[in-house]
Design a protein around this ligand. Structure first.
Ligand code: FPP
Length: 260
């Protein structure tokens, strides 16, 4: 993109600010698990006169950058809300295009040399049976190619709903009680957590939502009981490194206040 002198100056100032913020944030406690509700792809596209799908592709590209920034900061677990159970009822052509993007993205993720170099484990949270077969196969490909990794964890909630996840866990516990495998008295928070898609994944320390909406929208309902919440106005494809750094800085100030 061509930039005038003021654009260049702004870019240079941002880089200076970003470096300062990065240094400041890196000296404080870093959340182990960051969860993100990526929102605003279509509004971003509309404001720039792009197609809806361009917005989603920009959102996917931004997600790759955010994963890199998280690793640079030392955030070990990143979980993103990519497709909710409610999103299934969007217009058929949008769902179809998104499914194609998911299929291509999961195949590419499975082959991505950065994923193997940094030993990132890919996991999908959600009812994958609701997705087309070729998307299910692409997910299985990415998951199986990374199943032995444990340096970073990248979870994508796809066809995911928090209430549905809780009901699924509840049913599986009830079935174990019914067939005598489990005593009701043994049901506690830890056991319940182990029956969710996020079994063995620590709860998020920080949950971030873009695009100015301040709702949880059925995301990780059980898991975010004690998480810090952070909302920012920026649309997801426009989310910058300084937005991530500001979110982590806010997290650090809050945990310092209530001494976690
Ligand atoms: C929210 O914006 C975004 C989505 C529903 C889809 C998100 C998908 C991606 C970022 C691609 C995921 C990539 C991989 C690797 C699977 P919106 O459509 O709700 O936009 P709006 O809030 O402006 O309507």
């Amino acid at each position: 993109m061509a930039q005038g002198p003021s654009g260049l100056l702004k870019g240079a100032l941002y880089r200076v600010y970003e470096r300062r913020l990065l240094k400041q944030v890196k000296s404080g406690p870093i959340p182990q698990h960051l969860a993100i509700i990526m929102d605003g792809n279509r509004r971003f596209a509309q404001e720039l006169g792009l197609s809806r799908m361009d917005g989603h592709v920009e959102g996917k590209n931004r997600l790759e950058s955010v994963l890199e920034w998280c690793m640079e900061l030392g955030i070990k677990v990143l979980t993103v809300y990519a497709f909710s159970t409610e999103n299934v009822s969007r217009q058929a052509d949008e769902v179809k295009e998104l499914m194609r993007l998911f299929k291509e993205s999961f195949r590419a993720v499975g082959d991505d040399e950065r994923v193997h170099k940094h030993r990132i484990r890919i996991k999908v949270l959600g009812d994958v049976s609701l997705l087309p077969k070729d998307v299910q196969e692409a997910i299985a490909y990415a998951e199986s190619r990374t199943r032995d990794y444990d340096r970073y964890f990248f979870n994508l909630a796809v066809a995911y709903g928090g209430r549905q996840e809780i009901l699924r866990g509840l049913k599986s516990i009830a079935a174990k009680v019914k067939n005598g495998e489990l005593d009701v008295e043994r049901i506690d928070e830890e056991l319940f957590s182990s029956h969710l898609y996020t079994a063995n994944i620590p709860d998020p320390d920080l949950v971030l939502r873009t695009s100015g909406e301040e709702r949880i929208s059925n995301f990780l309902l059980w898991q975010l009981a004690y998480s810090e919440l952070y909302f920012t106005d920026v649309y997801w494809p426009g989310f910058r490194k300084i937005d991530l750094l500001r979110a982590v800085r806010s997290y650090q100030m809050r945990i310092r206040r209530h001494g976690k």
